[in-house]
Ligand binder design. Structure first.
Ligand SMILES: Nc1ncnc2c1ncn2[C@@H]1O[C@H](COP(=O)(O)OP(=O)(O)OP(=O)(O)O)[C@@H](O)[C@H]1O
Ligand SMILES: [Mg+2]
Length: 235
């Protein structure tokens, strides 16, 4: 049985339908990448998984339990944590306070603590008493990842963690991924950079206009197949 799976998952914003019957699976310990053009529905899929968008209970199954109708706080308590698009730090709080908020969400023993997060991203320890907003974009992204880890999640959802960052900073952030996975979390990353996605993920799903158009092992996907899945076969 998969750790997490979706079954005909849909999503709506008012009258607008953003997802049309999405079926994905995530196994224990796996890293899955979701790729696709702007507006494909990647963030919407993560929001649905995190319980931010309402769904049928059986549209999302986690550890054998239907959770599609559970609110975000209940989903987080069960062990699904999100690193949101745009980082969304609390501007009036210090780095350390931002991290501690993550621990507050789910008080569970596990590999992640303040010290462990500082071990993963040492620069955050140096800056721990400063405001999160005084950090560079890459450091803010580290805080957002650390905050999610502080809940000791079984599933970590990462939405475009490399967006707007310099290549050397992106490398630093993705270098943390093996340690995060070694801690036991399965990971879903949304990534615009296809090369990066193929490098870090075991499997890839490509989305277009609210549907999965391609899926497979990262190592086995051709450039042409990805191009077609991104833009449609006629493009
Ligand atoms: N809050 C919202 N209200 C209305 N429509 C929305 C909202 N958020 C997203 N959408 C629409 O839903 C569709 C999917 O958006 P989504 O943000 O999931 O795409 P995405 O794949 O994450 O794109 P990007 O790469 O730009 O982040 C788009 O057509 C978008 O305009
Ligand atoms: Mg998005």
């Amino acid at each position: 049985m998969a750790l997490l799976s979706t079954h005909g998952l849909t999503a709506h914003y008012g009258q607008f339908q953003a997802l049309f019957g999405v079926d994905i699976t995530l196994e224990r310990g796996e890293c899955v990448a979701i790729i696709g053009a702007n507006g494909a529905g990647k963030t919407t899929l993560l929001r649905a998984l995190a319980g931010v968008l309402p769904n049928r209970a059986d549209a999302i199954v986690y550890k054998g339990e239907p959770i599609g109708d559970r609110p975000a706080d209940a989903v987080l308590r069960r062990g699904i944590a999100m690193v949101p698009e745009g980082r969304k730090l609390f501007p009036s709080l210090t780095v350390e306070e931002n991290l501690l908020i993550g621990a507050h969400a789910r008080k569970l023993a596990g590999p992640w603590s303040l010290e462990a997060v500082y071990g993963l991203f040492p620069i955050l320890k140096e800056r721990r008493h400063g405001p999160g907003t005084a950090l560079s974009g890459g450091q803010q992204q580290m805080v957002a990842i650390g905050r999610a880890l502080m809940s000791n999640p079984d599933v970590l959802l990462c939405d475009e963690i490399s967006l707007g960052l310099a290549p050397v900073v992106i490398r630093d952030i993705y270098n943390a991924m093996p340690q995060i996975r070694a801690g036991g979390a399965a990971v879903i990353i949304v990534e615009q950079d296809i090369g990066q996605a193929l490098k870090v993920a075991d499997r890839v799903y490509c989305m277009m206009e609210g549907r999965v158009t391609l899926s497979g092992p990262a190592a086995g996907l051709s450039r042409e197949a990805i191009h077609n899945a991104y833009f449609g076969a006629a493009a």
